[in-house]
Design a binder for this molecule. Structure first.
Ligand code: PMP
Length: 330
């Protein structure tokens, strides 16, 4: 019989899928690392598992303890999965702008969700950050993973994503492209690939226009999960050979093409990373192997990037990608 003891045992070892029509006419092989095939649906399952294991080993997280983290999305799902398996409680703090659907996903996995007002300053006692700090102080046995400062976040990629890519490409990977949020993915994977290849693999960050990583001031953008208005310690500022800034429009158009042409229903940060990867591929030769990491699936974004009205309201729909079908009244 072929089975695993628990769904958590399926974290990692995600497949590489060749990009076809979106990479048409380009010389190199362009491969996507499809992270939505992790059991919690995103790359964040990897960091959740390693952060929890390390906290158990150090004694910060003890049997019956409670995981408290300000998160509304993928990291929460990963932590909730691991917590359930290992008998911990989870309390996630999220701002009130987070959709009810997203909160209900976390609750479905058994987590408690505390909602905070968005319209208060970070120093306000009811802010997202202050509430999570207070809960950590007040709940006995509480532990906060803090994905923006936890070295186990990049370490999880150094020990899993990086070696997987080297093995899956038989050491032929020449370029690694990923979006930067906490920076854990690019820093950990990038460091491993740089070390094992003796500096031959080029590490390329993808960033939303406006974010600090590509020289912006933190001005708002719509792609979720990537870009920052501060410099997290999980990001290694020496890791990227290059950072490519991508507009919301280009990111979302590519996100739609990945679903429609490649059968990859993924989130907006995947479209962003793919745009950067294809720009890199334009300058590459036939012996190059460009790998782009796609962090999550598209189901959580149906009312945004996959909604024509939402796209049109920002002026993102160009006629050939309108998503209209025969019989639609336009
Ligand atoms: N895309 C999405 C959808 C994410 O949730 C994240 C994580 N914040 C990233 C990309 C970036 O990954 P990392 O935090 O490892 O830089």
């Amino acid at each position: 019989m072929e089975y695993v003891e628990h769904v958590v045992d399926l974290v990692g070892n995600t497949p590489l899928v060749k990009l076809g029509s979106v990479a048409d006419g380009l010389a190199p092989l362009v491969l996507a690392k499809v992270e939505y095939l992790n059991p919690g649906g995103s790359v964040k399952d990897r960091i959740a598992l390693r952060m929890v294991e390390a906290a158990e080993a150090s004694g910060e997280l003890r049997p019956g303890g409670t995981i408290v983290e300000p998160t509304s999305g993928n990291t929460g799902v990963g932590l909730a999965l691991v917590a359930q398996r290992r008998g911990y409680k989870c309390v996630f703090v999220c701002p009130d702008k987070v959709s009810e659907d997203k909160r209900n996903v976390l609750k479905a996995y058994g987590a408690e969700v505390v909602v905070c007002p968005t319209a208060v300053a970070p120093e306000h006692p009811d802010s997202y950050y202050n509430v999570s700090d207070r809960l950590v102080r007040e709940i006995p046995g509480a532990w906060k993973p803090n994905q923006y400062a936890n070295p186990e976040n990049p370490a999880s990629h150094y020990h899993s994503t990086g070696p997987e890519l080297w093995r899956q490409t038989e050491g032929r990977i020449t370029h690694f492209v990923a979006g930067i949020g906490t920076g854990g993915t690019i820093s950990g994977t990038g460091r491993y690939l740089r070390e094992i290849s003796g500096g031959k693999v080029r590490i390329v960050g993808a960033d939303p226009e406006g974010s600090v990583y590509s020289g912006g001031t933190g001005r708002p953008y719509l792609v979720e999960g990537v870009g920052e208005d501060f410099w997290p310690t999980t990001y290694d500022r020496e890791i990227c050979d290059e950072i490519i800034a991508v507009s919301d429009k280009d990111s979302f158009e590519m996100t739609r093409r990945l679903a429609r042409e490649e059968g990859l229903l993924v989130g907006g940060s995947c479209g962003m990373a793919a745009v950067a990867a294809l720009r890199v591929a334009e300058r590459c030769g036939p012996d190059d192997v460009v790998v782009v990491l796609l962090p999550d699936g598209g189901r959580g974004y149906m009312s945004k990037v996959f909604n024509d009205q939402w796209m049109a309201s920002y002026g993102f729909l160009s006629p050939d990608h309108s998503g209209a079908s025969v019989g639609d009244v336009l």
